[in-house]
Structures are given as C-alpha cells and as structure tokens.
Ligand binder design. Sequence first.
Ligand code: ADP
Length: 704
Amino acid sequence: MPYERPENSGYAFLSGGGEMGELIRSLDWSLTGLGAPGTWPVSLKQMVSMMLTTRLPVLICWGKDYIQLYNDAFHPINGADKHPKAMGGTACDTYAEIWGTIGAMFEEVMTGKSLGFPDFMVQLERNGSLEDCYFDFSYSPITDEYGHTGGVLVICMETTGKVNAISEFQALNEELAAVNEELAASNEEYAATNEELASVNEELATTNEELKETQENLHGTNRELLESGLRLRTALDTIIRSEKLFRSIAVNIPNSLILVIDKEHRYQLVDGDLMEKLGYQKADYEGKHPTEIGQTERYLASKHLYDRMMDGEKFSIERKAVTGEYYIAHFVPIKNEHEEIDAGLVMVLDVTDIKKGQEESAKLAAIIDSSDDAIISKTFESVITSWNDSAERMFGYTADEIIGETIYKIIPPDRYDEEPGIISRIKNGERVEHYETKRVTKDGRLLDVSLTVSPVKDKQGNIIGISKIARDITEKKLDETRKNDFIGIVSHELKTPLTSLTAMVQLLNSRLKNHEDPFVPNLLAKANIQVKKMNTMINGFLNIARLESGKIQLDKKDFDLTRLVNDIIDETKLISAGYTINSLSCNPIMVNADEDKIGSVITNLLSNAVKYSEKGTTIEVLCEIEGDVAQVSVKDEGPGIREEDIEYLFDRFFRVEDPGASHVSGFGIGLYLSAEIVHRHNGIIRAESEIGKGSVFRFSLPYK
Ligand code: ADP
C-alpha cells in the first residue's frame, strides 16, 4: 500500500479513479515538476478530475517536462515495465524508445494544435520486450487559465489486437488470393485446354459432317444406281412379262392360231392350239419367211391380206373350210413406240361352235316363234326379256311394246300375289307345271291360262332368269265347264232313278232274304253292293260338279274325330270281308269341321286301302294329335305307289297306270275330292309309299 498523504486525499479533483486514483493520491507530487496538487493550475485539476472518471484510456502530460498522470484504463498501455514509474514521471523518460517520434508531436501540440492518428504504430517496451503497438490516438492541448497550453491530453485506444487481427486476416487473405491466383491460373489453363479441346471437337464435328455428307452423297448415288437398276429390271421384267403374257394368251385362247409377222412378212411368233390343224407343223418358224418353210402357196394366197394389214388396215374375214369348220381371221397392224407399223397380228379362231350355236338358236327362235304357246322370259325382278309371236297373239302386246316392261302388265291385280311365290319356287330350282290361272290381255280380257314356269340356267347351272310358257286354256275351260255341267245334269238325273233303284233293291232284299232259293237273296245282296258303288260314283261326280262350280259349302260343327273314324271302320268291315282293319285310336279328338265331308275323305282313304290291297292283309287306321293338328292316317300293305306318281295322286282323274290294278274300278276322282275337302278345311293331305311295301295316306285338320 503506497503511502498516502492526507493533504492529497483531501482534493476533490483527485477523488475516485480506481487504482490509478489511489496512486495519484498517494504520490508526493511536490517532488515532481508539477508541485503539490493544490498548486496545480485549475485547468490541470479539472482535466485530472475528468481523467479519473473517464473509462477511456487518458494520459495527461503537463508542463514542459510532460509530467504524466493517467487513469486505470491507460494503465495496460504502459504495461509492467513502465508502470508505476510513469505516474508522475516524464514522458520522455517513459517513452524514451519512441520519444523521437512522439516528442516532436508533443511539441506541436504545445503550440496549440491537436493531432490524431488511427492505428498508429509505435514500438513500446512495456512487458519485457519491444512490442509493435497500435493506437487510435488523439493529442490535444490543455489550455490553462491564462490561455497558454499547459500540457498534452492524450486519449488513446490500443488497437494492437484489431490491427494484428486485420494483418493476420490480410495475410490470410493474401494467402487466399495467392491460392486463388493459382486456382485462377489453373482455371485459365483448364479453360485454355478446354478451348483447345473445343476447337479439336469442332474440327472433328466438321470432319464428321463432311464425312456424313460424303456418305449421304454416296448413299444417294447408290440409291440412284439401285433405282435405275431396278427401273431397268422392272422395264425388262415388264417386257418379258408382256411377252410371256402375250404368248400365254395366244396359247390359251382355245381354238386359235396366232401369227405375228414383221414388215417383210417373216414370222415372229406362231402359236395356238390350231397350229397343226391349220398346217403349221410344230417347227421353229420364228424369224423365217413363209416361203422358206414350204408355205409358199398359202403365203401367195394370203399376201394381199398381209399387205393390207401392214398398210395399217384392221379387218376380219370369215371362211368355211372344206371340212365344214368355220374360221374367223382378225388382222391387226401393230405399231411401235414411234407410231410406225412394224408388225402385224393375225388371229385365226375356230368359230364353228358359235356358228352352230347361232344356227341352233335361229332354229330355236323359229320354233319359239311358231309355237302356239306364249313363250316369255323374264328376270327375277319380273322384267320381261323375250316375247314370242304367240305371246303377241295371245296378249295383244308386240315384243317392242312389252320387252323391258313388268310381267304384272298381264297379271290381273287380284292375282298379283301369285308372282312372288312362283319366283321363290324358281329361285329354289323348282319348276311349276300346268299351273292354271288367269291372265289379262292388252284390251282387258281375262284369259284362262295354264302356265309352265322353269328356271333358265347358264352353262354352269346358275339360274339366270325365268321362262314362262303360257297356254291359252280358255276354250278348254269352257269345255270343262260344259262337261261339268253335263256331268252334273246327268248325275243329277241318274241319281233319282238310282235312289228309287236302291230303295227297291233294299226292299226286295228284306222281303226275299229268307227265300227258299238262296241264289235270290245272294244276288240281291250283290245287287245292293253294286247299287251302293254306283251311288258313291254318282255322288262323286255330283260333288265334282258342285265343287268346280263353287257350289260346295262346308257345314262345320264340333265332333269327335276318333268316333267318326271308328264308325267308318265298322261300316267298312261290314262290306270288306277278308281284311284286318285295326283302329289304333282311343282318345276322343274334338275338331271343328264338316263331319259328312271329312267322313267321305276317311271312307275314300279306307276304301282305297281295301281296293288296292290283297285280301288277308292288315289295314291300320290311326287318329292322333300332332302339335296343333289332328291327324288321321290309313296304312295298308298294298302294292305301293311309284315315287314319280305320288305327286299326281291328288290330281283330278289321275289313276296310276298299273296292269295289276286294271280290274279295280274307279275314275280317279276320290283323292282329288278328298284333297279339295281337306284344303278347304285348311288342312294338309299327303301320301307316303314305296313299291311293294304298302302306302300311308295321311291328312290333318287344324286342332283347337
Ligand atoms: P280311284 O277311283 O281310281 O281309286 P282315287 O282318286 O281314289 O281314284 O285314286 C287315284 C289313284 O291312286 C288310284 O287309281 C290308284 O292308282 C292310286 N291309289 C289310291 N289309293 C291307293 C292305295 N292305297 N294303294 C295304291 N294305289 C292307290
């Protein structure tokens, strides 16, 4: 603890200031050039007071000796070497090592100037060695009460740390800069190398492009070469093909001879299947003149034709050979690409078939024209395509008027619906024969015609049209009507005496059945059967007459078909001894029909079965329901019917020509009448039969 004089501590201006304050107070300032503090000039006192309270490093150097006073903050600047001697010491002593620098500055300040420098470097000896110390400092004059500069106020901040840090930073920066420079240099090198590489690349790219171009050029040239090669090839192929084609056409035209000659009439081509027949032996004529190959005579006969052809004339001639064949020869001049005739084509064709065909068709046309029947052909669209003289006579239209027109012109409107049916049958390859209908003439008269319609086929069998033969049967129809009327009248007239005769025979029969001479009842029974037969026949004729004059009426009612069948079987059994007739039906089948007429159908089928079969055989009758129809079938073990006759069985007056059945009486009207009755009930009747195996007749009626 420094000695402290009581008088120093009493100065208010020396109070405070921490350690340095205490030191200042403890010093005997009278021993210094400053003298006792009480004697100090006011400005010094004030300055010392301010210094002691300032936290910034402050040094006061007073008087000409620059006696020093400093505060706590300044203490470290002096370090261990200079403190505490510096307090109260002279500045030139304390800072001897830098006095050369700062002394002059102090002197300048004493003249009233202020000085200051940032980061001012001085080498101070303060901690045992010389140190580079940096300061931000300010030297300012302290003016006394007389206006003179009494001392120097030094306020300074040591910046050694900062400066060192900055210089270290700078050094680092420099190093960095150097590294950077190096890097930049290597970068530049890189860049240079890169540039070199880029330029090498560019060169390569250019070279590549050049190569590509050259290659493309080569490709192009190649392509062109290839294309022209191909064109050449195609042209050649075309020529070869054309020649081959021409030759194959020539060879394949049936019944032909093909000659191609040049301007000098030399053969260029001789081919065709007529070669040998026409005196061209199979030799190589090509390039040779006809006179060189022994054809002189023929050549001289044809030369004028060759000349005409070579003069540009195209013509044809027709010849008949001594052997009877017809030939047509076409002469065609052939031009080259300059439109000059340099060759000629002679095509000889055997047209014998065509000629004969023409003759045939002329004959046929003559036949058609002279036919009494109208012969008409038409398309599937019903357009008339041919019309013979008879058609003209019959219908009144000329061929010119009607060809190309519709067939409906000669069909009465109420029969228009016939045509589609006929066409569809023809399309199926069927033939419609003797179809009786009505047609209308140009002047509106109705004709009864019998039509036979057939498909017209080409050589391959394809149906290409329809031919119609129409026969005018108006007269025949009138005849038939007259005949029917006659039959009707006669049958009617016959029926009355026959009814009386039947009654008489039956009466006699009952009266004389017990006659002593058995011959009498026997004969009467036979007479009864014959009378019955005659009755059936006359009834048949009457029915025909009624049917055809439209007088037959159906009297429909509900009845049991099975019962009717069984009743008729029972009746038949009575008059047909020697036959086994089996009824295979048991369940009642109710139908709505004309019982009498259906009964006559069943009777007819059953009596035919009996009539045409041998005694001792079996007949089976079946009545059944088949879907929505009631069906009756009569099966016998008779002789059977030929297939070709079956379709005519239901025609009027049709009887199978069978010498074996010549003893069987009949007019061929039973099945006709049966079919008419069944059809009028909207039913179907048909027969199945095989020679030697018997027959089955079947009819069906709608079943409700
Ligand atoms: P017909 O009075 O001649 O018997 P139909 O119209 O009843 O007349 O029969 C026509 C023809 O059909 C007969 O002439 C006969 O040749 C043939 N026919 C009918 N039924 C049979 C049968 N069951 N077996 C063989 N032929 C038959």
